[in-house]
Design a protein around this ligand. Structure first.
Ligand code: K1U
Ligand code: ZN
Length: 171
């Protein structure tokens, strides 16, 4: 198990589309374990593989509260098969866009289909915060970030801030 560094925008890997996982072997199991450890350490409620520079379709989540028993969830090759019509507005953050939170509109209910670590096909209905987290993490697998749903003004302001920081870091 290892904590991996989390990439921050404008890293180009956060804008790329990831590849499906063909086989759940020991490498994928170790990756899932590292992703969970990295997410708990951050701390966060979700993490997608491209956020640690691995261009594969796998996400992890845990929406259990601080005083609750952990509920780690690993989704391999996840797909949303249904979006409900009702829209919710929730504050989102992103470990790849640290220290900022903005309100985003998304469908309140989704149905997600994925393969679990045992290779079993699972279909789950989700609503509320769980549905938001699923949509946020699955977007990462297609190079989409939650700031893409903000007004152009807000999004550009965020991008500019991180572009400047990246330029300062290289000198
Ligand atoms: O994918 C990510 O960048 C992780 C992100 C997930 C997420 C947050 C909010 C709405 C949708 C998806 C985070 O976990 S940001 C950190 C965060 O929300 C949090 C951290 C500690 C305790 C509780 C929440
Ligand atoms: Zn994120």
């Amino acid at each position: 198990m290892a904590i991996r560094p989390i990439l921050v925008i404008p890293d180009a890997r956060l804008r790329a589309v990831t590849d499906p996982i063909a086989e759940i072997d020991d490498e994928i199991k170790a990756l899932a374990s590292d992703m969970l450890e990295t997410m708990y350490d951050a701390p966060g409620i979700g993490l997608a593989a491209p956020q640690i520079g691995v261009m594969k379709r796998i996400v992890v989540m845990d929406l259990a509260g601080e005083d609750e028993t952990p509920e780690p969830l690993v989704m391999i090759n996840p797909e949303i098969t249904h979006f409900g019509e009702q829209i919710q507005v929730t504050e989102e953050g992103c470990l790849s866009i640290p220290e900022l939170y903005y309100e985003v509109e998304r469908p309140n209910d989704v149905v997600v289909k994925y393969t679990d670590l045992e290779g079993k096909e699972v279909t789950r209905e989700a609503e509320g915060r769980f549905a938001v987290c699923i949509q946020h993490e699955l977007d990462h697998l297609d190079g989409v970030l939650y700031i893409d749903y903000l007004s152009r003004l807000k999004r550009d302001r965020v991008i500019k801030k991180f572009d400047k920081a990246a330029k300062r870091a290289v000198g």
